[in-house]
Design a protein. Structure first.
Lengths: 317, 257
């Protein structure tokens, strides 16, 4: 029945054991999702949402606490090595062999998968080109920039030609330019039909790369769908952001609510957010109420707004 | 449990990785050879001048001490690999976090590390035997047995060291390790025979893994062949295997939380 699904999770939980002075902790709290071949699926959530914990279960690294999980039709509890041989993992931290060169890192990793030396050597040629690291092939990892290391980690995860690639926060900590280079590489994988699971707390990354998204908060999936579907289902088409002196925000929000402006009003520490299908119309209404914001901005709604609506918190910070 | 057994191929791939790193520099080998040679020269020859001969053993004092120092050389080479180096890989380099997503099991990782330690203790051991040869301290063809014996010593202390490492909290705990290793080095009959101890103290010394290691190397090196070597072989094999099993168990909980 579920033969074509690459991943199928039902009621998946992860509870970390109690340690000295620390009670047991449920990091993943009953999540369901499935993934088909060729899809790019994203987990979007803030720090501590349980994204990495989920990824480690999917990667047959961390044991599932309760619920069922099938990866490539197999049970991670019993077929861990077999699953791991057919997937690729880009962990949140690179964990490269700093004592070795770029080429050696790829070579050593290929050996973990039991690949023959000449097969690995052939694949390294393609992977170095893919990661744009040909000139750095014999450089010590120590000497690479953060973006280069990340690309090497992605190249490393591809050495076994995985059927699913798990990327845990692929661009966190990179500067904008390095992120764009990386996104370009990930598009290329997507185009080549590699099935990707990505975690991120950047909504632009989620919007651009993912066909389907699960918004995660405190171990639960609070919404799921394509970026477009999530925005349509949970927020208005446009958003009006108003900045006043911070101490009057609450009072302004009350007045806007009383005037039934837009569909919903949110007060953030630095701004008042009005959800309205037409932001310009709402702004005119604000001026007509003789409110004079310091700044006013009309923009399209994003996943950030979806997250705010669903959790009452913003995604970053 | 996700940790399954080990396979030769998977374990071998980690040994191969480590070999790639070790072969980048010879200086650790030279460093682990320097200390035992200094002990041999200062105590074996220096103190040996005052000691003369050990009662009941018909060789010069330095030849009596040398096989024991060889045992400590194999011990230290393997033990330091499995404590300091592995702890750094766990905490600082996060080497294993990159390996657990591959098909390798925790059993592969633990065994691969111990095998690497045993193999890397081979070079200093052979080096020390060559030093003994050069200094005229080889008195029996039994010396050839000391090399496989040193590998077994490496296994015992490699396995034990890996288990110890799973209990360490931070780098300052290495001082506690020294608190055990140094007295063992001094009192495990390295520099004098067991007969020096009063009867009640002998079982305490005999239970030390380094004592068993010294027994295993010293008697063949001096041309003495006695059945009690079998006890040492079994004892050291058991220490290594117990350490390895305990380490595998504990690493599973730590690396696959
Ligand atoms: N080994 C562990 N033992 C105990 N608690 C853990 C462990 N690993 C993670 N946690 C806890 O589980 C929760 C979820 O952590 P997880 O790393 O899965 O979150 P995340 O969504 O990946 O966050 P981030 O964006 O910061 O990477 C956190 O509260 C974290 O402290
Ligand atoms: Mg994470």
């Amino acid at each position: 029945m579920s033969g074509r699904l690459l991943v199928e999770a039902r009621g998946l939980t992860k509870t970390y054991r109690a340690r000295k002075g620390v009670p047991p902790f449920r990091a993943v709290d009953g999540i369901d999702f499935e993934l088909g071949r060729g899809e790019v699926f994203g987990f979007l959530g803030p720090n501590g949402a349980g994204k990495s914990s989920t990824m480690r279960m999917l990667g047959a690294i961390s044991p599932v606490s309760t619920g069922t999980l099938r990866v490539l039709g197999m049970d991670p509890a019993h077929e861990g090595p077999e699953i791991r041989s057919r997937i690729g993992v880009v962990p949140q931290d690179d964990c490269l062999d700093r004592e070795l060169t770029v080429r050696e890192n790829l070579f050593v990793y290929g050996r973990y998968f039991g690949l023959a030396k000449n097969v690995i050597r052939d694949r390294i040629v393609g992977l170095l080109a893919f990661a744009q690291l040909e000139e750095k092939a014999d450089a010590q990892v120590e000497t690479l920039s953060g973006g280069m290391r990340r690309r090497l980690t992605i190249a490393r995860s591809l050495i076994n030609e995985p059927e699913i690639l798990l990327l845990d926060e692929p661009t966190t900590g990179l500067d904008p330019q390095a992120r764009h280079v990386l996104w370009d590489r990930l598009y290329r994988l997507k185009r080549d039909g590699v099935t990707l699971i990505i975690t991120t707390h950047y909504m632009d990354e989620a919007e651009q790369l993912c066909d389907r998204l699960a918004v995660m908060d405190a171990g639960r999936i609070v919404a799921e769908g394509s970026p477009r579907e999530l925005i349509d289902a949970h927020v208005t088409r446009e958003v009006l952001e108003l900045r006043f002196q911070p101490d009057v925000h609450a009072e302004v929000a009350e007045r806007l609510r009383a005037a039934e402006l837009g569909e919903r009003i949110e007060v953030l520490p630095d701004r008042v957010v009005v959800y309205a299908d037409d932001g310009e119309v709402a702004l005119v209404a604000v001026h007509e109420m003789s409110l004079s914001p310091i700044t006013a901005l009309v923009r399209r709604a994003t996943l950030e707004d979806v997250f705010l609506k669903l959790t009452g918190r913003s995604l970053v910070d | 449990m996700i940790a399954s057994g080990w396979t030769l191929r998977r374990t071998g791939s980690l040994v191969e990785r480590n070999a790639r790193i070790y072969r980048r520099s010879l200086s650790p080998v030279l460093a682990s050879l320097l200390e035992p040679v200094l002990y041999l020269v200062s105590i074996g020859f220096g103190v040996g001048r005052l000691v003369g001969k050990v009662p009941g053993i018909d060789v010069r004092y330095a030849a009596f001490v040398a096989p024991a120092i060889l045992a400590t050389t194999a011990m230290n080479a393997a033990f330091n690999q499995m404590t300091f180096v592995v702890f750094t890989r766990m905490k600082t380099d996060r080497t294993y976090d990159a390996i657990v997503p591959t098909p390798l099991s925790i059993a592969d990782i633990a065994l691969g590390e111990v095998v690497s330690a045993v193999l890397s203790s081979l070079l200093p051991s052979v080096g020390f035997v060559l030093v003994m040869l050069a200094l005229g301290l080889v008195v029996s063809p039994g010396i050839l047995l000391t090399i496989p014996a040193a590998l077994l010593v490496g296994y015992a202390f490699g396995g034990a060291g890996l288990a110890v490492t799973t209990y360490l909290r931070d780098f300052s705990d290495f001082q506690l390790i020294q608190l055990v290793m140094l007295p063992m080095f001094l009192f495990a009959t390295t520099f004098y025979p067991l007969s020096v101890y009063p009867g009640w103290a002998r079982p305490v010394v005999e239970i030390l893994p380094l004592y068993q290691s010294i027994q295993l190397l010293r008697e063949p090196a001096l041309g003495i062949f006695h059945w009690n070597i079998a006890v040492a072989v079994l004892y050291l094999a058991a220490v290594g295997s117990f350490g390895l099993a305990l380490a595998t168990r504990r690493l599973s909980r730590q690396l696959l939380a």
